[in-house]
Design a protein around this ligand. Structure first.
Ligand SMILES: Nc1ncnc2c1ncn2[C@@H]1O[C@H](COP(=O)(O)OP(=O)(O)OP(=O)(O)O)[C@@H](O)[C@H]1O
Ligand SMILES: Nc1ccn([C@@H]2O[C@H](COP(=O)(O)O)[C@@H](O)[C@H]2O)c(=O)n1
Length: 227
């Protein structure tokens, strides 16, 4: 039984373009849950390194900036924002120049430790009945004891097609290359392609967006009724 004061944590992992952010936001909206896009935390740090001219390949230099990395990630599905200090970077962190640097900062162990602490704190402080936390290592590192743990995946072809439809400023080949490169780099750090014990896989390859949202909510409802 979940205590009314502790939000139900729904942990969702998956590869690039699997729909984690958009599906998780829609699920949180349907259930009146909070929503935490942990990728935005890593993207915000990558943005800050670019803004400060820090070489993201220099792990020590990146770690040296953590003490002044003042990031805030909005958790309301309709009012999602990302701020560093007073600067709103909600849109900026999605730029290809930031995406190209994010895996470099995400591979630094001290960075992961710092951000994992932040994510856990945000989840604990949620005032809603639940919070959907999405990323790469939520089901395995950030919230391995979450009552609901899902691996949201899709075929590489489907993920590339979806991402290409999203990013119209680049050719399909460029988008596909960037997605493969990022997944390869990310999988050196954490396995987000294989469901760990107790994690339910939702494969959306042949599902549309709403069907995927329904499938995730079904997993959540099944877990809630079995508690
Ligand atoms: N089942 C689906 N059918 C069709 N389109 C989908 C489906 N799921 C997600 N999408 C669309 O695919 C695109 C990528 O989704 P999203 O950005 O949420 O992926 P992501 O897993 O968060 O990617 P990344 O990890 O790179 O941020 C979005 O435009 C989203 O609306
Ligand atoms: N829990 C996480 C979440 C993200 N990352 C890294 O951030 C990159 C961007 O994530 P998106 O979900 O916004 O695409 C991702 O490619 C990882 O490098 C992570 O390591 N752990």
């Amino acid at each position: 039984m979940t205590s009314p004061s502790i939000p139900l944590v729904v942990a969702i992992d998956g590869p690039a373009g699997s729909g984690k952010s958009s599906v998780s936001k829609a699920v949180a909206d349907r259930l009146d849950f909070a929503f935490l896009d942990t990728g935005a935390g890593y993207r915000a740090l990558a943005w800050l390194m670019l803004d400060r001219g820090v070489d993201t390949a220099d792990a020590a230099a990146v770690v040296a900036e953590l003490d002044t990395f003042d990031v805030e990630i909005g958790t309301h599905p309709h009012r999602h924002f990302v701020r560093v200090g007073e600067t709103d970077i909600t849109e900026a962190i999605r730029e290809p120049r930031v995406t190209a640097q994010v895996s470099a900062v995400a591979r630094v162990p001290r960075v992961r430790e710092h951000l994992t602490g932040l994510f856990r704190s945000v989840a604990e402080q949620a005032t809603e009945a639940g919070i959907v936390v999405e990323g790469r290592d939520i089901t395995t590192v950030v919230a391995p004891d979450a009552p609901v743990r899902i691996l949201l995946t899709a075929s590489e072809e489907a993920r590339m097609a979806r991402r290409s439809a999203q990013i119209t400023t680049q050719s399909a080949e460029t988008v596909a290359h960037a997605l493969r490169t990022r997944d390869r780099a990310d999988s050196q750090v954490v396995d987000f392609m294989t469901a760990a014990d107790g994690v339910t896989t939702v494969d959306s390859t042949h599902l549309d967006f709403e069907q995927t949202v329904d499938a995730v909510i079904d997993v959540i409802n099944t877990a809630r009724t079995s508690q």
